[in-house]
Design a protein around this ligand. Structure first.
Ligand code: AVJ
Ligand code: FE
Length: 439
């Protein structure tokens, strides 16, 4: 009944809070204090900022707002407000030290478990189904992925270790492309309990027939673009993309370097030959779009991606995930920093969509040819600064999560966005093309 459902929500929250904290701890305990306060890149915060910011968001929403408790520390809100200070300037601030930050997040977390024990998880939109807790879990996991990207930018001996994906999970893919017939499908959600405001509400939308690649573009595919002179041919690039390619002198994905006649790449401080069968990662939107044009294709739009990922032609309904409604298992997708790399293309046949599209969830975020815009009926909730202030033409969409995304922070409806020039994120892509009826 309703009571056991609330108890299950409470258990889900507790488990997710423990998992996100274990990951934040791993990412921040892996390096020494000098490394925690250092700026590894102008694009990133020092790791110690992310850690205390995680605690501060948790305090604002769960301790003060949901719990109605006294502040743990009311003096530091401004330091950890992402809109007050650019990432590049955060090392200049009088931040909590690593020890203070660890104490702070632990104090906040103690109070949060107390709040979780006492508040009803129903009766208001903020707490129904544990939403505010789920939002904070997703916030921590999103910053954990950002911290993982900071680790990738960090120079020094390797400190993160994980087994490689199981090669036995690769299965022949058959056709390189999947045909998605024209028609309506349900995009977004009105029922997913932890869905964030920008995923809501569900609505019907028509998508013309199109073809989408069965798997993400691999390093091997991408090498063919490089070898064909793709980086030196403005025909493949948009005007803005070409200008950026020139200005930034792009010649290959980020973290690649030429070594004689082969390419090496650095991955969490380990240098290795570029693995040709893995999805390409650390490309910006402009590189993805240029590759697609060179290949005679284009990037999918956001409705196309979500239809490929969720639409079940047999029932006409949209699934939570490509494989169905169950939460991601290890057989479905490469998520959660379980591995420190994408799995080879063709992996996870059990994670395929009804039409047979693979690896939509996990491995690499997929750049899409869509700007970040609200769905019809969007309402900012619970704060404008999560989504609303980013709507417009400045950001391109990314879908599906990467190997560094936790299962709590991705689903078929989950929307991510970034500047089209960003490459430090775990971003790759797959291609699509129109399926125009022969005239
Ligand atoms: C949704 C991943 C673009 O990291 O900037 C973290 C998530 N929002 N803190 C980001 C977020 C506030 C956001 N992205
Ligand atoms: Fe944040």
């Amino acid at each position: 009944g309703a009571a056991t459902e609330v108890e299950r929500a409470r258990e889900r929250v507790a488990e997710a809070l423990l998992r996100s904290r274990a990951r934040s701890t791993l990412l921040t305990d892996a390096v020494d204090d000098d490394d925690l306060v250092r700026q590894h890149s102008k694009l990133m915060s020092p790791l110690v900022w992310d850690l205390a910011h995680i605690g501060n968001q948790e305090e604002l929403w769960l301790v003060r707002d949901v719990g109605g408790r006294e502040p743990v520390r009311s003096d530091i809100d401004e330091l950890y407000d992402a809109f007050q200070h650019s990432r590049a300037s955060r090392t200049e601030l009088p931040l909590l030290s690593p020890t203070e930050a660890r104490t702070y997040v632990a104090q906040v977390r103690d109070k949060v478990f107390d709040v979780l024990d006492r508040v009803p998880l129903h009766g208001s939109r903020l707490v129904d189904g544990g939403f505010a807790f789920g939002m904070i879990v997703q916030h921590e996991q999103q910053h954990d992925e950002t911290m993982l990207a900071t680790h990738q930018l960090r120079v020094g001996a390797p400190v993160l270790h994980a087994p490689d994906p199981d090669p036995a999970l690769v299965a022949p893919i058959g056709a390189r492309e999947v045909f998605v017939p024209a028609g309506e499908f349900t995009m977004g959600t009105s029922t997913e309990p932890w869905a964030l405001d920008n995923e809501r509400p569900a609505f019907q939308t028509h998508v013309d027939a199109f073809y989408i690649d069965t798997v993400p573009v691999s390093n091997g595919d991408y090498l063919a673009f490089i070898d064909a002179g793709g980086y030196d041919d403005p025909r493949w690039w948009s005007e803005v993309g070409w200008a950026y390619r020139q200005k930034a002198k792009l010649t290959a994905p980020r973290f690649w370097q030429r070594d004689g006649d082969r390419w090496l790449r650095t991955r969490f401080s380990v240098v290795e030959p570029v693995p040709v069968d893995e999805p390409v990662v650390h490309v910006c939107f402009h590189e993805a779009a240029a590759y697609a044009k060179w290949a005679g294709k284009r990037l999918p739009t956001e409705p196309e991606w979500e239809k490929a990922a969720r639409h079940d032609p047999a029932t006409g309904r949209s699934r939570r995930y490509p494989w169905g409604d169950e939460d991601p298992g290890v057989e479905h997708a490469n998520l959660g920093q379980r591995h420190l790399r994408p799995a080879p293309v063709g992996s996870y046949p059990k994670g395929a969509s009804p039409l047979g599209v693979r690896q939509l969830i996990g491995d690499v975020w997929e750049w899409l040819d869509s700007d970040f815009q609200p769905y019809p009926g969007f309402a900012a909730f619970p704060y404008r600064e999560y989504s609303e202030v980013f709507f417009g033409g400045d950001y391109k969409m990314l879908r599906g999560g990467s190997f560094g995304t936790d299962s709590a922070a991705v689903r078929g409806t989950f929307r991510n966005w970034d500047h089209p020039i960003r490459r430090q994120i775990f971003s790759g892509f797959r291609c699509a093309r129109d399926a125009r009826p022969a005239s």
